[in-house]
Design a protein around this ligand. Structure first.
Ligand code: ZN
Ligand code: ZN
Length: 168
């Protein structure tokens, strides 16, 4: 969705409100299986004393796959972002927080999709303390306990014997 910022650029105090869909294909990652509701964003761009600022709230309901145990779970994500917009031709402010745009037209969905990707958590977990799956026996450790100790690895037994001998 493209917004022409001309009228607010020249008008301190002016506000431009927007509401837009976000591209599912762009914001999807390896942990998101599908979107249960189309991701959207609402927000506004405000000219406060000549400086442009974008505030937006993004929302997505997704079916995710837990990075630790692999089960699918539903996740409702809300991300609020707020950052200054700087137009390239203006004096190049050394503001790393600012989003630099090349002209008066801003592709707001594109900017917010990028923000969504950057702000999303790096780990998707079905619950914060998910114990995951044991790499040894494959047991889901949320459901039961590890069976590795019961099925003893014969190689480990040999090692233990060796250690015993050394101690004597
Ligand atoms: Zn999990
Ligand atoms: Zn195990």
């Amino acid at each position: 969705m493209e917004l022409n910022l001309r009228e607010i650029i020249e008008n301190p105090g002016a506000v431009m409100k927007f509401q837009t869909a976000l591209s599912e294909d762009r914001i999807k990652n390896h942990s998101i299986i599908s979107f249960l509701e189309a991701p959207t964003a609402v927000g506004e761009i405000k000219n406060s004393a000549g400086a442009l600022k974008l505030d937006a709230s993004m929302r997505a309901t997704m079916l995710c796959s837990c990075d630790r145990c692999g089960i699918s779970y539903e996740k409702e994500q809300q991300l609020d972002v707020s950052f200054p917009l700087v137009i390239k031709s203006e004096t190049q402010a050394d503001d790393s927080e600012a989003f630099v745009i090349s002209g008066e037209v801003l592709d707001v969905s594109d900017v917010l999709e990028t923000a969504f990707i950057l702000e999303s958590e790096s780990k998707y977990l079905c619950r914060e303390d998910c114990k995951g799956v044991c790499p040894g026996c494959g047991e889901d450790l949320n459901e039961g306990s590890c069976k590795c100790q019961k099925q003893r690895d014969p190689r480990l037994a040999v090692l233990e014997q060796l250690l015993d001998t050394q101690e004597q």
